[in-house]
Write a protein that binds this ligand. Structure first.
Ligand SMILES: [Zn+2]
Length: 282
């Protein structure tokens, strides 16, 4: 057993699981930001790639269990492996086993969006990975996953997603929606048209904001530091301004989707990280 400690929000406990390790070009991850500035904060390798983790958050809410994003899964094509420079398989199964949660015990999965490093883990072969979990996604994102003309089509698991649909497990929502009394999703757009954020609320105002790929690493905290992979970067900037200010003012945790060094932080009023959770998986 590792020395992992869950993040306790009061009434809700959060565990970080490892959905896989990969590398992408640093220049593309930091879009308009000059290399000397981002590379000082998030150092690249010699080939200019940066190391990334597909963090998955397991949520314990009373007696019920859910997941925020699901990592890669184990079914990537050769081409997809190459695109992501996948260097570590998802360890989701091992993490769930360490907490002692069976796949069938999961009640819900929220997917920030349907790119493979977030959504791949909801299927296994031709079956749903979590047979009793409803999968919450924005209607706009489900449409994007089926659109073969989308520039990110290669990293969408369109056919896999259709299989979940056929199994009756998908809940498509429009905008704001309550998944459980403590879990709310909000349409943000930005990274993809149907990208969503999630707020997990504990007790006494404690909460965690999951901004998905609107907040790739801790170095992406400045609202204008956006990725070149964002389809609608101005929407990303707008959503980050609004949500990060809310998190800073309320003392919420904010989660980083792919930072290899940190999984979450609490922010000062000026948006600087004041308390950082080092990246550690179960
Ligand atoms: Zn991502």
């Amino acid at each position: 057993m590792s020395a992992f400690e869950a993040l306790d929000l009061g009434g809700v406990r959060l565990y970080w699981l490892d959905g896989g390790g990969f590398r992408l070009d640093g220049g593309s991850m930091f879009g308009p930001v000059p290399r000397p500035r981002w590379s000082a904060l998030y150092p690249p390798a010699e080939d200019n790639t940066v190391p990334l983790s597909a963090h998955v958050i397991l949520v314990e809410d009373g007696g019920s269990w859910g997941l925020l994003d699901a990592g890669f899964g184990h079914h990537l094509s050769k081409q997809q492996r190459r695109f992501y420079s996948l260097e570590r398989e998802s360890q989701l199964e091992r993490g769930l086993a360490e907490v002692g949660v069976a796949h069938a015990q999961l009640d819900w999965v929220v997917l920030s969006h349907l790119h493979l490093e977030h959504a791949g883990g909801v299927v296994s072969g031709d079956r749903p990975r979590f047979p009793n979990a409803r999968v919450w996604v924005q209607r706009l994102e489900a449409a994007a996953a089926r659109d073969a003309t989308n520039r990110a089509h290669g990293v969408y698991g369109g056919a896999l997603f259709d299989m979940l649909h056929a199994a009756g497990l998908v809940v498509e929502v429009d905008g704001e929606c309550e998944v459980t009394a403590r879990v709310q999703v909000h349409l943000t757009g930005g990274h993809s048209r149907g990208h969503q954020a999630t707020v997990i609320s504990g007790e006494d105002g404690a909460a965690l904001l999951h901004l998905g790929d609107l907040l790739v690493t801790s170095a992406h905290l400045p609202p204008a530091w956006v990725s070149a992979a964002d389809d609608f970067p101005l929407d990303t900037i707008r959503a980050k301004r609004e949500w990060l200010a809310r998190a800073a003012n309320s003392g919420w945790w904010v989660a980083f989707a792919h930072d290899v060094r940190a999984t979450a932080a609490r922010l000062d009023r000026d948006g600087q990280p004041r308390e950082v959770r080092p990246a550690q998986h179960l």
